[in-house]
Design a protein around this ligand. Structure first.
Ligand SMILES: [Zn+2]
Length: 376
């Protein structure tokens, strides 16, 4: 347990995907690590002999974050991109962090520390366990995975800040990276830059950001400033200040602020899938005894509305069971790709619906259980 755990951003939550956390801390040998082979042959490994300043900078980050340095750092010649990335083999207990030459050139030591802390924490938080959005089975799953990816960046930025020990330098590095320019061109007036966020939300955001793996630097900067105002942060680091918000409030504010840029499409589409699953699920449970009784129709109507009930009754008139079952299963196949908290919402309400059926026949129980199983 490291203090980074308590500062992890709420929406950066691996358990949303029911993936087992990697507990295997045993060091695996890297004879067969193609990434390492390629880096050793094409980039320069950071050692105190070759890069004394960078090496010292790295040591300070590990000291601050109270983590063991199991990493190989490499600098790669790339003067076009200001980039750092953490590459690891699955199940590995160590990782490679690659930084471009442009990044090293642009940032001073303190600013670089925030980048190093950020990358190291991607490994610590096991963000590589999140499936790639490109593996998504549905559009909504794709968007949910991107949402998790953006959330992971917020956690990593906090670690970058804590690893550099300075909010100022963390924000500076962000402004440098997003503008691509260094000290000679910039005034570090962060509130002036953040005016741009207001301007962007005033014109209803930029919905293409919904497809981005990273939040905008505007959101990331805002998020970091709010985090630095949290009670938990001040308490943990005994700053003698009280903080303005609790961390939960900060996390909600950040989520809302990102949504103001990306728009609500993801929330809307998650909600639609949940509603659809509940509607077809309720019907399927009620139909367990092959009847849709008057009382059940009333309950159904109360929950899903009169109009929906009428169209369902119409459908039942012209369809047979296999057709209905197909519709139910399609809704549940889609719902099974939702994040865990949303799937739990469906399970909870479905259980209440099941408890309210006229007859707890074996068949309605079987239907109910099959739906729950499909969801998990
Ligand atoms: Zn990152």
């Amino acid at each position: 347990m490291n203090f980074l755990d308590q500062f992890r951003y709420t929406f950066d939550n691996l358990s949303e995907l029911s993936i087992a956390k990697n507990q295997d801390t045993e060091t695996k040998t890297s004879y067969n690590n193609p990434q390492l082979k390629s880096l050793l042959s094409t980039s320069v490994k950071v050692t105190p002999e070759i890069f004394p300043k960078v090496a010292e900078t790295i040591d300070q980050v590990f000291e601050r974050l109270k983590l063991k340095n199991n990493f190989n750092f490499f600098i790669t010649a790339n003067h076009l991109q200001t980039q750092a990335l953490c590459a690891m083999m699955p199940q590995s207990s160590n990782a490679e962090i690659i930084i471009t030459s442009k990044m090293i050139d642009l940032l001073n030591g303190e600013e670089l520390q925030s980048v190093i802390g950020h990358e190291v924490s991607h490994f610590y938080y096991q963000h590589s366990l999140y499936p790639s959005p490109n593996q998504a089975r549905t559009k909504t799953e794709f968007l949910n995975l991107l949402h998790l990816s953006r959330a992971a960046e917020i956690s990593a930025d906090r670690a970058g800040f804590l690893g550099s020990g300075s909010l100022e330098y963390s924000l500076r590095s962000m402004l440098k990276i997003t503008s691509g320019l260094g000290d000679q061109h910039l005034q570090f007036n962060f509130s002036a830059y953040l005016n741009q966020l207001r301007e962007l939300t005033e014109i209803k955001g930029d919905q293409t950001q919904l497809y981005s793996t990273h939040p905008t630097f505007l959101n990331r900067m805002q998020a970091l400033i709010w985090f630095s105002m949290s009670r938990e942060y001040h308490q943990f680091f005994e700053t003698n200040k009280k903080g303005v918000y609790d961390l939960k409030t900060v996390d909600q504010k950040i989520n809302e602020s990102i949504k103001k840029v990306t728009g609500n499409e993801l929330d809307v589409s998650n909600k639609e899938i949940i509603e659809k699953a509940l509607l077809w699920g309720a019907l399927w449970i009620y139909l367990g005894d092959k009847k849709f009784s008057k009382q059940e129709q009333e309950k159904f109507s109360k929950r899903f509305g009169n109009k929906t009930t009428i169209s369902i009754l119409g459908l039942l008139n012209i369809s047979n069971m296999p057709i209905i079952e197909k519709k139910v299963m399609t809704a549940y196949a889609e719902a099974s790709t939702l994040l865990k908290s949303d799937r739990e919402k469906i399970t909870k309400e479905l259980r209440e619906i099941f408890q309210g059926v006229d007859e707890h026949s074996e068949d309605s129980k079987k239907n109910f259980e099959k739906l729950i199983k499909t969801l998990n």
